[in-house]
Ligand binder design. Sequence first.
Ligand code: ADP
Ligand code: MG
Length: 238
Amino acid sequence: MAEIRLKNVSKIFKDEKVVKDIDITIKDGSFTVIVGPSGCGKSTTLRMIAGLERQTSGEIWIGDDCVNDTEPGKRNIAMVFQNYALYPTMTVRGNIEFGLVNKKIPKEEREKLIQDISEIVGLTEYLDQKPQNLSGGQRQRVALARAMVKKPKVFILDEPLSNLDAKLRGQMRIELIQLHKKLGTTFVYVTHDQVEAMSMGDEIIVLNKGTVQQMDSPMNVYHNPENVFTAEFIGTPA
Ligand code: ADP
Ligand code: MG
């Protein structure tokens, strides 16, 4: 079980409380989208879940474990950022393999893993290429593959498609939904785009100014908004 729970979690930067006593549950195996305007605390929330940022107060649980004091590498979470930093001097294979660093996996097994994952994300033909020779979508797939090779319990994706053009973004949305189905792993996906949120999530968490406005199915968020913010934000296309 890898249900993620935030209990009364807050984050204060200097004097500003940017995440305010939030309680959220992310169901095991779900595709949960956290959506809200720029600056509302989405990335900070993800970084606290991943352990890259320590909450000022509250507790974070993954399954049966309180992970407040668990270092990022031990949380079994892989993160894909919007500015996916690939190593320019390494090949695609090298970049994917880098996800395995510190894991003592025999060479043959590593190669098998890289092959399997490249197949899933459609990169088999590009394993010996350098990132500079790839398109934006292919680079995004390398970043995904690098996260997948760790076989994490949870994927955290922070606006991973925002650097892509509209057409490719649409295609990658579909690919990510398919990937989620295939892996069955929990996905926590952040976007400021309500259309993206509604089309991808099976659970939606609407965030504004560091507070949870609604945590619900896309249907309910759309048809039964609990407050004016949710109604206006979800109802108004970007
Ligand atoms: P979002 O991802 O929803 O755009 P963020 O979580 O990045 O929002 O930021 C929430 C608020 O916290 C913003 O006002 C931002 O300026 C502030 N913030 C984020 N990270 C830091 C930091 N390391 N130091 C100070 N303020 C920060
Ligand atoms: Mg952000």
